[in-house]
Design a binder for this molecule. Structure first.
Ligand code: HEM
Length: 470
């Protein structure tokens, strides 16, 4: 803001100064609860976009928010002008309470250094080598389902997918079986993420405020820190016991890393933050994607039937290989369409560090900009009949004609999700396995309401019955 005042004075543009920055239209929230609703509810964000157009302005408490809905604006913030848009926003400040300064939240030199170091673990070859392990974890879940005493008893899809993806991320990145800890991790993470969304202005600004909610967040975080610290300690001992054993997991990579200049090892807090970040970022998002995919397939039996036929015709009952996936394109098309309608990362926020201008509107330095995949993925200028579940939107020819930033479930630019290839491979392999062996049926009367916590997931339980195909 100061820079815009200085700019106006320098240019003798006093009229502009008196008028103040040109603001886009937007809703006026009379009550604090209303203003929070504008910022924390994807459906309301989408409504804002439908009513105000490609840019919406409102305030949450005292903070000015610019919601950008057009794909050009998304490209502007995530790619073209990424340099002036930081993660110093309320949301990232809250996330830091959970994951500290891990890859998702860190910035500048620390982020660059850590991303360069961790990137090789997400190379295409490395991720593809994890395929058999992903299938083994899925087999394990199917065996458990088969062994249920009462086959008519329904399962909770969200809970099952969360366990499965935590199992997979634990084995892939930590070389550990986290199944035993999955309830504890799940509960601590759920408490923390629910409470974080309910914080009041004082608790947001002052994390040490002695309120019951802050206390519950601190307790859940401490539990997660304890779990991760024991993992680190175990691996440290293991490395001391067998220093020459080849290791390809993230815990060993971080423990053995040395600073290029000082040769210092990474601090315990940094290693803990990186691991916790991966644990959080690497399982809930994929679990939600799979849950929404199964829900949508259950509500669209014709599409489920096509997919089932494709998988069975191609695989003939055997487990899928990574090399099978290109021959069953409907798998990734269905998953992508589910992420269009229900993007797990439903809103991304940035802080303008310098004054900026978008579409003739001033974005003063210090403002928060919000880009919402949930809303842009429904932009009528880029999606025909946007509310309809239609995986054919992801035919490669159709995709090529679309604006690159009309669809961005994994973000974009240099801060694009590091786990994109991992998540897509995992989701396709799991779905292929399920399609071959079992039909997961959500009751016809059940409507899954989206609940926007840190990620977008079905509210409450997502019940389903199983019908075995073999
Ligand atoms: C369907 C699953 C997933 C979705 C939808 C998703 C979505 C995203 C999005 C939108 C971002 C960018 C956030 C921003 O720019 O503000 C991101 C970043 C990130 N994701 Fe994912 N993610 C998924 C799976 C994963 C997995 C499996 C991992 C790790 C195993 C992971 C780790 C990360 C990390 C570490 C970052 C920060 C990257 C950086 O800034 O350098 N994600 N993710």
């Amino acid at each position: 803001m100061l820079t815009s005042i200085r700019g106006a004075l320098r240019n003798n543009n006093f009229a502009a100064l008196l008028r103040g920055p040109k603001r886009p239209p937007g809703p006026n929230a009379a009550l604090i609860t209303e203003s929070v609703g504008l910022y924390t509810n994807p459906e309301v964000m989408h409504q804002n976009a439908s009513q105000s157009g490609d840019m919406t302005y409102y305030r949450m408490f005292v903070w000015p928010i610019y919601q950008l809905n057009h794909p050009d604006h998304v490209r502007h913030v995530l790619q073209e002008k990424a340099r002036i848009y930081s993660k110093r926003t309320i949301d990232y400040r809250l996330l830091r309470r959970l994951g500290g300064e891990g890859l998702l939240t860190s910035e500048g030199e620390l982020w660059k250094k850590q991303r360069r170091m961790i990137q090789p673990l997400f190379s295409r070859q490395h991720v593809e080598d994890l395929g058999p392990m992903m299938l083994e974890c899925t087999e394990n879940m199917l065996d458990r389902w088969r062994a249920k005493k009462d086959p008519a008893q329904s399962i909770d899809i969200v809970e099952e997918m969360t366990r499965l993806t935590l199992h997979i991320v634990g084995r892939a990145l930590f070389d550990l079986d986290l199944l035993g800890a999955s309830n504890e991790v799940g509960a601590a993470f759920e408490t923390a993420s629910k409470e974080l969304m309910l914080l009041g202005p004082v608790e947001i600004v002052w994390s040490g405020a002695p309120t019951p909610r802050n206390k519950r967040i601190r307790q859940s975080t401490a539990k997660l820190h304890h779990i991760v610290t024991s993992m680190i300690d175990e691996r440290r001992k293991d490395i001391l016991r067998a220093p020459n054993k080849p290791r390809r997991d993230l815990v060993s990579l971080l423990l053995q890393a040395r600073d290029e200049e000082t040769q210092e090892p990474m601090s315990h807090a940094q290693i803990r933050d990186e691991l916790l970040t991966m644990m959080i970022a690497g399982h809930e998002t994929t679990a939600n994607t799979l849950s929404w995919t199964l829900y949508l397939l259950s509500k669209h039996p014709k599409i489920a039937h096509y997919l089932q036929q494709d998988c069975r015709a191609h695989l003939q009952g055997r487990a899928p290989l990574v090399s099978d996936l290109p021959a069953i394109p409907l798998l990734s098309m269905v998953i992508q369409e589910a992420m269009r309608l229900y993007p797990p990362a439903w809103a991304l926020t940035r802080r303008a560090e310098e004054d900026d201008e978008i579409d003739g509107y001033t974005i003063p330095a210090g403002s928060t900009v919000v880009i919402s995949p949930f809303s842009t993925h429904r932009h009528p200028g880029f999606w025909k009949d946007p509310g309809r579940f239609d995986p054919t939107r992801f035919f490669p020819e159709t995709e090529k004609q679309r604006h690159r930033f009309a669809y961005f479930p994994f973000g974009g630019g240099q801060r694009m999700c590091i786990g994109k290839g991992f998540a897509m491979l995992e989701a396709q392999l799991i779905l292929a396995m399920l399609m071959q062996h079992v039909e997961v049926n959500v009751p016809a009367h059940h409507y899954a309401e989206p609940e926007a916590l840190i990620t977008l997931r079905p509210k409450g339980e997502l019940p389903a019955t199983l019908r075995w195909l073999d």
